[in-house]
Design a protein around this ligand. Sequence first.
Ligand code: PMV
Length: 331
Amino acid sequence: MKTTVIAPSNIALVKYWGRRNDELVLPYNGSISMTLDKIFTRTTVEFSRYYKGDMIVINGKVAKGDSLNRALNFIDLIRKFSGIDIPVKMVSENNFPTAAGLASSASGFAALAFACSRALGLNLNFRQLSILARRSGSGSAARSVLGGFVEWYKGKRKDGLDSYADQIVDENYWKEFRVVAAVLSKSEKKISSATGMMYSVNTSPFYRSWVESSEDDLKKIRKSIIEKDFETLGERAEHNCLKLHSVMLSTIPSLIYWESETLDIIRDVKEWRSEGLRCYFTIDAGPNVMVMCLKKDVKEVEKRLKEKESVKNIIVTKPGRGAYLSDKHLF
Ligand code: PMV
């Protein structure tokens, strides 16, 4: 049966970086994210004996190389789980630039996990779906199946069954929260997160303290979400982001995901804050800056970002719903 799923992207407030088990994609540290309402992937899949072979189309192009392999490896894993081995057609579209720090793999693989599991008759609950999405290789996909503010537990078990995503609060809990994405560059990143984090685990002298200190970040951010304490959340999320980038910078080879324009906006945000505008930044493995603020300040943040020549595109997002089935198929 043809199945279509829309899955949102997410932005981590406490970041995931580093795996203790590569095959099962088990993280060294837990993470927390906000699901983004405006940034998503729509994926349609159909398994059929009438197809001569697998067909994968991503953003209007027949997939090749790495993106084809990643999608097929994951589809093979789901086929194995379901015990059904028939060809698939998959068509997937993002409504935002791929691999530019806007977590396209998170929404892409969350959508693929949900759509394939449904199409193959596996009736998984959200916990099981997040475990499956994690196995795609994009760990952050585990968080994209749920809406609102989401925590991915690192778990302790060897089989990874206690490493799944859970909702802290849903998308209606803190409706005033905004994340303004300042898209600087549409270029693909040179070193993928998976490779980058493996290098960091093996070489950064700061890696151990990254893992140890993340526990306190998780506790503080979780509490600040529940209490809607914007300042504590912003300060901690910014600190967690800068800690991650210190780990990246101290990795061999060094991982410098920022552009000079990224640093420029970091400085701006700090200055705007000292002038009384309540906003904080966070940045993933890419050059784009996500500026957190509350609804009443969003116009001002947007206006100031628009004045910057380096900012190519601005997307204002709020807490969004998790992945869901849709009847608007792509083929
Ligand atoms: O899930 P991956 O393999 O795309 O890695 C995500 C890494 C960060 O975006 C930097 C952090 C995170 O938790 O989303």
